[in-house]
Design a binder for this molecule. Structure first.
Ligand code: PLP
Length: 353
């Protein structure tokens, strides 16, 4: 494989001289800071020292993440959710009205939306029906035909909940000359290992992770991208200078020091998933339960629209995925009490039908 990063990057981005913020130019700890037009007298929230701009490159937080993930801080980008990383990838690599990306539907909707916002076209190679694995010969043919700048692989995949076979991903990483974006938002809920240890081996690999799922911190909006230091430099060039606010940096740092509790949460979700799968399996209105490597379960039913409406009426909100996979509902694993409410509603639905 002949991977050449600079030939993939948009020329205006290669030439870009990034904005240099006050905190980029002087990042020492001590001194009289009259360089950033902050409020020298403090903040309206008197007790909290929030009047200074945050570290634009989140050094302290990245150091901690690097220790836990056994990588270098220079291999990490942090953004306002993974969604920011997805958008930046489009802007770094894809020339509007010219370049394309490739997705493997049914998958996460943001890839397509982000592409549309950036005037980038989307070529699709559907996953194989029911098993939701990659059709490798078809993908290889389409990659050669369209030469997308980015290929998005979501594993475990949303909304199908399954892991994509690692050998297939590896084969693609070896063959494809563009960027492979591997979205591992749900990797903590499955037994299979992350591709992170292989980062050095594949200069075309970008791994997306998030604090929104296993860490239980969807509210702080923090996403991660792991890639070569060269790709991360491009992210840093294009991102808004202060894209991760101070509160988020502080909360995430606290969370990282509590890795044990993340694992506790992770296990709770997995246990609850097993229990929910079991209970769903006893219901006649559930025609199929797709195997899950994530914190949600995809089920097939007779009439998903009807069941969805019924559940909403009974104040149980799930995701109707029928537009992408016929008659399916995506159900986030809840607490035992929440799952019980769902199951009761499903039982009542069966009685009424
Ligand atoms: C939830 C999810 C994310 C996380 O997005 P954030 O912006 O970090 O909250 C990323 N990818 C997929 C496939 C998801 O389902």
């Amino acid at each position: 494989m002949a991977f050449e990063l600079n030939s993939l990057v948009r020329t205006n981005i290669l030439a870009l001289k990034p904005y240099s913020s006050a905190r980029d130019e002087f990042s020492g700890q001590e001194g009289v800071f009259l360089d950033a037009n902050e409020n020298s007298f403090g903040s309206v929230l008197v007790e909290r020292p929030l009047h200074r701009y945050p570290d634009p490159l989140q050094h302290k937080l990245k150091q901690k993440i690097a220790e836990q993930e056994d990588c270098e801080p220079a291999q990490i980008f942090l953004g306002n959710g993974s969604d920011e990383a997805i958008d930046l990838l489009m802007r770094i690599f894809c020339e509007p009205n010219q370049d394309c990306i490739m997705t493997l539907p049914p998958t996460y909707g943001m890839y397509e939306v982000s592409a549309a916002i950036n005037a980038v076209s989307v070529k699709e190679v559907p996953l194989l029906p029911e098993v939701f694995q990659i059709d490798l010969p078809e993908l290889q043919a389409k990659l050669s035909e369209h030469c997308p700048k980015l290929l998005f692989i979501c594993s475990p995949n949303n909304p199908t909940a399954n892991l994509i076979a690692a050998e297939t991903v590896e084969q693609i990483l070896n063959d494809f000359e563009g960027i492979v974006v591997l979205d591992e938002a749900y990797i903590d809920f499955c037994k299979e290992a992350s591709f992170l240890p292989k980062l050095r081996q594949y200069p075309n690999l970008v791994i997306l992770r998030t604090f929104s799922k296993a860490w239980g911190l969807a509210g702080i909006r923090l996403g991660m991208a792991f890639a070569s230091p060269e790709i991360i430099s491009l992210f840093n060039k294009v991102k808004p200078p202060y894209n991760v606010n101070l509160l988020t940096q502080q909360e995430a740092y606290k969370a990282l020091r509590n890795l044990e509790f993340k694992e506790t949460l992770q296990n709770k979700v997995i246990e609850s998933r097993t229990e929910l799968e079991k209970e769903l399996g006893t219901l006649d209105c559930v025609l199929k339960i797709y195997p899950s490597d994530a914190n949600f379960i995809l089920i097939k039913v007779e009439d998903a629209n009807d069941l969805y409406d019924y559940l909403v009426e009974h104040r149980v909100v799930v995701r109707n995925r029928s537009k992408v996979i016929e008659n399916t509902l995506r159900i986030t694993v809840g607490t035992p009490a929440e799952n019980e409410m769902l199951i009761s509603a499903l039982l009542a639905y069966e009685v009424g039908n």
